[in-house]
Design a protein around this ligand. Structure first.
Ligand SMILES: [Mg+2]
Length: 403
């Protein structure tokens, strides 16, 4: 079939950039030990000279694994195709690997390419991406994502840390909970360095109490258990911290335990948020229709790109649920999720990682950070509206991501 329009840009190549920042002090959430911040950038090249930029999530894995999905499984599918047909290309990428599943690493790879395709469309049409997607708002409220576990960081040190975010103008602060080795079913026991900075449940309650004291009564306080608990532990914990006015409880139970999450969500007044570890629209459909969450948390570098995340957001909207995306990687992840959030009627809050990471703070020529009132503006330039800082890329680029 000959199209009635002329295709003026075609995909000529897909390439990747592997980056890694080694943390000065390793950090941890309930189950994950993080000594470094690996980042996989994806670039889609065209015959018109436009290069689209994306990022594929690698959370907890090796850069080479996701890179192999991008370059080995997906690249061939989109070569010589028209990047404007992003919906069609998304479907082709997902369908051709369907025998190997429609989630996890595959969705991470598709996400990186999908974001780059949208960046190309933005550049080709000279339009900022969030406006191309509907442009619901021009600024977002950032929340401070912090309060991780680390060696020699006790509850007092945590309180001191989160107090600084309140004084910087953040209106919501999120801290980690759930690194509790006394719980038999906590998947922490199967993870790397389970003993690192671990605390008992009572210490976690104290961490929440001191965090609330440090930020005062006017700043929102959210807690994130990263899949660590059972429903009964989550309910017990939330009863203990009820008086500290928790804005939301994130990923209280393992992602596969939809029934358990629904039980928690139905019993608590506090909204349950999740699940960043779910991928694809069909996975989020289960969480939403069974009301296992009250707040929906896709991530454009993980869930399936902007294309799939927008479907998740629309589905959430039909159930009256807000979307507060998971955003926790490089500056590309931040900017891509910002465009996604700004385009939506049922979103507006941006997760802003406060841990040191030059791949978030120095990766672009442009400086993207919240102002003193806690808000962040969207770029006015086409596509994602950013330019990679070559010096930063050169400094943190690696050939091989070794264990
Ligand atoms: Mg989380």
């Amino acid at each position: 079939m000959t199209p009635c329009w002329e295709v003026f840009v075609r995909i000529t190549d897909v390439t990747t950039i592997k980056l890694k920042y080694d943390m000065p002090v390793a950090m941890a959430d309930a189950v994950h030990y993080m000594p470094d911040r690996p980042t996989l950038l994806v670039q889609v090249h065209t015959d018109e000279g436009i290069v689209g930029l994306g990022e594929a999530a690698v959370y907890g894995g090796y850069l080479e694994s996701i890179e192999a999905v991008v370059l080995g499984e997906l690249r061939q599918t989109i070569l010589n195709e028209d990047p404007f047909r992003v919906e069609r290309l998304w479907s082709m990428m997902a369908s051709r690997v369907h025998q190997r599943g429609r989630g996890g690493m595959l969705m991470m790879g598709i996400s990186g390419i999908d974001i780059a395709l949208w960046d190309i469309i933005g550049h080709a049409t000279r339009t900022p991406l969030y406006r191309l997607l509907g442009g619901y708002r021009d600024t977002l409220d950032a929340y401070a994502s912090a309060g991780f576990y680390a060696a020699d960081k006790d509850a007092r040190a945590l309180a001191e840390e989160v107090g600084t975010y309140a004084s910087q103008g953040f209106k919501v602060v999120k801290i980690k909970v759930g690194r509790n080795p006394e719980l038999m079913t906590n998947m922490l026991h199967d993870m790397v360095r389970p003993e690192y900075a671990a605390v008992c449940l009572e210490e976690d309650i104290e961490r929440v109490r001191l965090a609330r004291e440090a930020i005062g009564g006017k700043v929102g306080l959210a807690v994130d258990a990263n899949n660590a608990w059972t429903p009964s532990v989550a309910l017990k914990f939330m009863r203990e911290v009820e008086s500290f006015d928790i804005r939301w409880l994130e990923e209280p139970v393992p992602t596969y335990d939809i029934e358990g999450s629904a039980l928690v969500a139905h019993q608590l007044d506090t909204p349950v948020a999740g699940y960043e570890t779910e991928t694809g629209l069909p996975g989020f459909r289960e969480l939403i229709t069974r009301r296992a969450v009250d707040i929906v948390q896709p991530d454009v570098i993980w869930t399936g790109g902007i294309t799939e995340s927008r479907k998740v957001a629309a589905f959430a909207q039909a159930y009256g649920m807000p979307v507060i995306p998971h955003v926790f990687s490089s500056a590309v992840s931040s900017i891509a999720n910002m465009h996604f959030i700004a385009s939506l009627p049922n979103a507006g809050l941006l997760e802003f990682d406060q841990n040191p990471n030059p791949l978030r703070t120095e990766l672009f020529e442009e400086h993207i950070a919240p102002s003193s009132d806690g808000t962040v503006g969207l770029p006015v330039r086409p596509g994602l509206g950013v330019t990679l800082n070559q010096a930063t890329v050169d400094r943190y680029r690696i050939d091989r991501h070794t264990p």
